[in-house]
Design a protein around this ligand. Structure first.
Ligand SMILES: Cc1ncc(COP(=O)(O)O)c(C=O)c1O
Ligand SMILES: Nc1c(O)cccc1C(=O)C[C@H](N)C(=O)O
Length: 432
C-alpha cells in the first residue's frame, strides 16, 4: 500500500500544472505544512528588500515617499491582492494588523447600521446586537467584544450555522470567518452574506484562512466589509500588514473609528479638522510600514509570473491567470483545484497509514465545506507534533488536541502529503 501511494504521489506531481511554482520559494527538504500560519519565503523578496533598504531608503531617503511610490503603496498593493479575493480595484487598502482592521470594520459596520436610527433610544427596533462567530480565532472575538462595548451594543456569539436563525431587525453587524482556523471548515459566504442582508445588517468577513487558497468572490457576493492577513497563503512574511476591503458603494459611508492623518483627504495640509479621503484610502490610519509592505508586494509576484521586484498592476500579461515568465498560469481556481486534490490525497494516505481510530478528522470531507487545511483530533497531539517536526514534517498543534496541516498549493507537493501521512502513521505506531 505504502509503495503504491508513494508512486501515485509521484504521478500526481508529474501531472500537476502548478508544480513549477515551487521554484519561486525558498524551501528545503522538510515537508512544510504550516503555510496557514506563516507562508514560505518567495525568492523575489530578498533582492527587492535589499534594493528598498540600500537604494530607496539609504540613497533616496525622504524622496522615496514620492519617487519610489512609498506613499501610495497601501492602495497599490491592495489592488494587487484584489483579483485574488474577487474584488475590482480601488476597494482594498493594505496596512495595520488583522486585529486593527477587524476593529475598524466592525465599528464602521455598526455606524452604517445606525444611520437613520440616531434619534432612537435603546429598545425595540434599534439595531443593538453584533453577532460574532463563536468558534472564531480569539482576536476577532476580543475585538468584537470591545467594539460592542464602545458602540453600546450587545455581542452575541453564535456558530456560523446558527447565524440565519439568530438574525433579526436587532442585528447591526455580523463578523464571520470564511474558513475556521482550527477545523478548516469553509463557511457559506454567499448564503450567509445574503441572509445578513435580508435582515438589513452588515456582513464583515475575516479571510485570513481563505485568501490565496480559494476563490472568495467579494464583489460577486456583495460582501460589505472584509479583512485578512497576508502572512499565510499570500506569503508576505512574519507580521506583514493586513488589509481592509470596503465595498465601493459603501465607501462614502465608511466612518473610520481610527481616522488617522494618512486617511485625510489632504494629509499634508495638516488641517485641524478631519476630512476623510475618498475611496479605499479612507481605511488608512498612520504611516505605512514600508519595509513589511514592500516585502509583501514582492511576495505577490508569485501570482504575477514570478517577476523579480518592482510594482506592477494586476491584469494583462503577468497578472494572475495572465501567464508568466515560465509559462505557468496562476489562477485562484487552479490553486483551489490543487488544494482540494492535496487534502483529499492526504486524507486518503492518513486512512491507509494511521492505525484505525487513532485520529479523527475535524475537517469536513465535502469540498464545499473544506478550506485548505486538514485538522486531526489526536490524543497527545502536542507530543505527536513535536515528534513530526523532529522528523521534518512541519505542521502545528492547536490546544487541546488538534494536529493542523496546512496545504499551500503553490509549493506543497503530493509527495509531501504522502510523506507527512506516512511519518504520522509511523510515529503513532511507535508511540502506541
Ligand atoms: C482568523 C484569524 N484572524 C486574525 C488573525 C490574527 O490577527 P493579527 O494579524 O492581528 O495577528 C489570525 C491569525 O493570526 C486568524 O487566524
Ligand atoms: N500570526 C501568528 C503569529 O504572529 C505567531 C504565531 C502564529 C500566528 C498565526 O497566524 C496563528 C494562526 N492565525 C492560526 O490560525 O492559528
Amino acid at each position: 500500500m505504502g509503495t503504491a501511494l508513494a508512486s501515485l504521489a509521484r504521478e500526481l506531481d508529474a501531472a500537476d500544472e502548478l508544480s513549477g511554482l515551487r521554484a519561486r520559494f525558498v524551501l528545503d527538504d522538510a515537508v512544510y505544512l504550516d503555510g496557514n500560519s506563516l507562508g514560505a519565503l518567495p525568492v523575489s523578496v530578498p533582492g527587492r528588500l535589499t534594493d528598498v533598504v540600500y537604494r530607496e531608503w539609504g540613497e533616496l531617503r525622504i524622496r522615496s515617499w514620492d519617487e519610489s511610490g512609498w506613499w501610495t503603496a497601501p492602495e497599490r498593493i491592495g489592488d494587487r491582492i484584489a483579483p485574488l479575493v474577487g474584488a475590482a480595484p480601488g476597494q482594498i487598502v493594505v496596512g495595520d494588523s488583522t486585529s486593527v482592521n477587524v476593529f475598524k470594520a466592525v465599528v464602521a459596520a455598526v455606524r452604517m447600521a445606525e444611520e437613520g436610527q440616531e434619534g432612537q433610544e435603546r429598545g425595540e427596533g434599534r439595531r443593538d446586537e453584533i453577532l460574532v462567530d463563536a468558534t472564531t480565532f480569539p482576536t476577532d472575538g476580543y475585538i468584537a467584544e470591545s467594539a460592542a462595548r464602545m458602540t453600546g451594543r450587545t455581542l452575541r456569539p453564535v456558530t456560523p450555522s446558527e447565524v440565519p436563525a439568530a438574525l433579526s431587525d436587532r442585528t447591526a453587524a455580523v463578523l464571520l470567518n470564511h474558513v475556521d482556523y482550527r477545523t478548516g471548515r469553509l463557511h457559506d459566504l454567499p448564503g450567509l452574506t445574503a441572509a445578513i442582508h435580508e435582515a438589513g445588517a452588515y456582513a464583515v468577513w475575516d479571510l485570513c484562512h481563505s485568501a490565496g487558497a480559494l476563490p472568495v468572490g467579494l464583489d460577486a457576493h456583495g460582501v460589505d466589509l472584509a479583512v485578512g492577513c497576508t502572512y499565510k497563503y499570500l506569503n508576505g512574511g512574519p507580521g506583514s500588514p493586513a488589509y481592509l476591503y470596503v465595498r465601493r458603494d459603501l465607501q462614502p459611508r465608511f466612518d473610520s473609528p481610527l481616522p488617522g492623518w494618512t486617511s485625510h483627504t489632504d494629509p499634508f495640509a495638516m488641517a485641524p479638522a478631519y476630512a476623510p479621503a475618498p475611496g479605499a484610502a479612507r481605511g488608512r490610519v498612520g504611516t505605512p510600514d514600508i519595509l513589511s509592505m514592500l516585502a509583501l508586494e514582492a511576495a505577490l509576484d508569485v501570482w504575477y509570473g514570478g517577476r523579480d521586484g518592482g510594482p506592477g498592476g494586476p491584469g494583462g500579461p503577468g497578472g494572475p491567470g495572465g501567464g508568466s515568465a515560465d509559462g505557468t498560469a496562476v489562477t485562484i481556481e487552479s490553486v483551489r483545484a490543487k488544494s482540494l486534490a492535496l487534502t483529499d490525497f492526504f486524507l486518503r494516505c492518513v486512512a491507509a497509514y494511521v492505525p484505525e481510530g487513532r485520529v479523527e478528522s475535524l475537517t469536513p470531507t465535502a469540498h464545499a465545506e473544506r478550506g485548505s487545511q486538514v485538522a486531526l483530533r489526536c490524543d497527545d497531539a502536542g507530543d505527536v507534533m513535536k515528534a513530526l517536526i523532529h522528523q521534518g514534517v512541519i505542521g502545528d498543534f492547536r490546544h487541546p488536541d488538534v494536529l493542523r496541516f496546512g496545504f499551500t498549493p503553490l509549493y506543497v507537493t503530493f509527495t509531501d502529503a504522502e510523506r507527512a501521512a506516512r511519518v504520522l502513521g509511523e510515529t503513532l505506531k511507535s508511540m502506541g
